[in-house]
Design a protein around this ligand. Sequence first.
Ligand code: GUN
Length: 285
Amino acid sequence: MSGKNISGKELSALEKSKIAEKVKRLNSEGIYPKLSVIIVGENPASQSYVRGKHKDCAECGIISENIALPESVSQDELLSEIDRLNGDETVDGILVQLPLPRHIDEYSVINRISPEKDVDGFTAVNVGSLYLGKDCFTPCTPQGCIDLLDFAGVEIRGKKAVVIGRSNIVGKPVAQLLLQRNATVTVCHSKTKNLAEITKKADIIIVAIGKLGFLTGDMISDGAVIVDVGINRGRDGKLHGDADYETCIEKVSKITPVPGGVGLMTRVNLLKNTVKSAENRAKNA
Ligand code: GUN
């Protein structure tokens, strides 16, 4: 790793080689880790994410299957498919790609996934375990933020961490993970008043608000560390984060770039969770 950028590319390559080794070991014991991905409809962004997941699995020797259901699928049909996968002993991980069409209740669908196969860490059981500090599948993006901080040697304990964004997928769980690591955590969101006053005092800022260039250099202190979760398409056609890289890079001690930062770690952690589930299967065999 060089300069101020925390390289998700470097860390994900390291992690992927470790995962591939683990998969080989499991294979030698007759366990073949497998991820089943359900995608509903033809959202191009979702299709592209799902293709990436299958490619990652193939690179690490994880079996993956794609279950593409039409936009018109009923909730009951989708739930039956999940029941079938829950009962299939060869399946270690089940992922239902979000968002789902409006006629389907996302909460019911996600919570139909057996918590033992919930490699996204989205079920109420896994979320509850995370909050109680119990062993669970940690959600992939929040865990990726922590992994990148650790990789860069950033101490979390005792630091002032500010999370911008309070989504169930990123903001809330990453705040929990930071708390578990003994940071003092403030969660900010769209209704927060005087946001810059708060961010200026932060040692670590996790920005996950989904607005291109939202966090600017004048909102941070010298030496701050930024973890940028945003993935926004700019007018230049390129991907940009929620932090305004040009103004923030002058002041930060470390920053995760977009692309090449958190996104890659989200993908790695899905693989890690799938292998963890397969290891649990091996233990219980
Ligand atoms: N859609 C966008 N990101 C994700 C993710 O991490 N998991 C699932 N299941 N759907 C998503």
